[in-house]
Design a protein around this ligand. Structure first.
Ligand code: HPA
Ligand code: MG
Length: 218
């Protein structure tokens, strides 16, 4: 029988595929070194996360996209959730919401987390089941700051789905409820993960090269 695990671990030695095996925007040929997670594998994993999530809620769910990086994962997750039914043959009723978090400049966290949601928008979440959808948990600081802020608004429940969890000694120990992949401690881009807003048009998750870091540095 297949072994159950909370995520796919892509941290091992030798992880990563040679770029020559894939298609990708030619303007990035010098800027990335290898493909860590091909787009097809991301989509298959998002489908499975949607299947898991749909069995764990009954009642209406507010699915909240953490922008900007979370948008691609959110869009793909939501389209699977719209299609699927749970084991009782029921669709999951849900509403959508959006929040913007910002803390990175170049490949470093600035240490200051900005949350863009008005007091009214936050108060509207009271009494609701909320699922926050994020692209990556790296140090965990942004998500813990957001969760601390939400504590004041009496949500019925709050869970976190993150496509990626970084295996890093800088982590504050936060582990999301749903994780797609555990990734190595490298700065990665693609599938909407950015470096100073660049690489959002790359479909695979890749490691950025030193050339790429210099070229797009602020
Ligand atoms: N890549 C892109 N954005 C990020 C990362 C990363 O590795 N970590 C935190 N935000
Ligand atoms: Mg993010």
């Amino acid at each position: 029988m297949a072994q159950e695990s909370s995520w796919i671990d892509v941290t091992g030695n030798g992880v990563g595929y040679n770029l020559s095996h894939f298609t990708y925007p030619e303007h990035y040929s010098e800027d990335i070194t290898d493909v860590i997670i091909p787009n097809g594998l991301i989509i298959d994993r998002v489908e499975k996360l949607a299947r898991t999530i749909i069995e764990q809620y009954d009642g209406r769910l507010v699915i909240c996209c953490v922008l900007k990086g979370g948008h691609q994962f959110f869009a793909d997750l939501v389209s699977f959730l719209k299609k699927f039914t749970n084991k009782d043959g029921k669709h999951l009723p849900f509403s959508l919401d959006f929040i913007r978090l910002q803390s990175y400049c170049n490949d470093e966290s600035t240490g200051e987390v900005k949350i863009s949601m008005t007091e009214k928008e936050l108060r509207d979440l009271e009494g609701k089941d909320v699922l926050l959808v994020e692209d990556i948990i790296d140090t965990g600081k942004s998500m813990v700051t957001l969760l601390d802020c939400l504590k004041r608004y009496n949500l019925k429940s709050v869970k976190v789905a993150s496509l990626l969890l970084k295996d890093t000694p800088r982590s504050n120990g936060f582990v999301p409820d749903y994780v797609g992949f555990l990734i190595p401690d490298k700065f990665i881009v693609g599938y909407c993960l950015d470096y100073n807003d660049v690489f959002r048009d790359l479909d695979h998750i890749c490691t950025i090269s030193e050339i790429g870091k210099k070229k797009y540095a602020k």
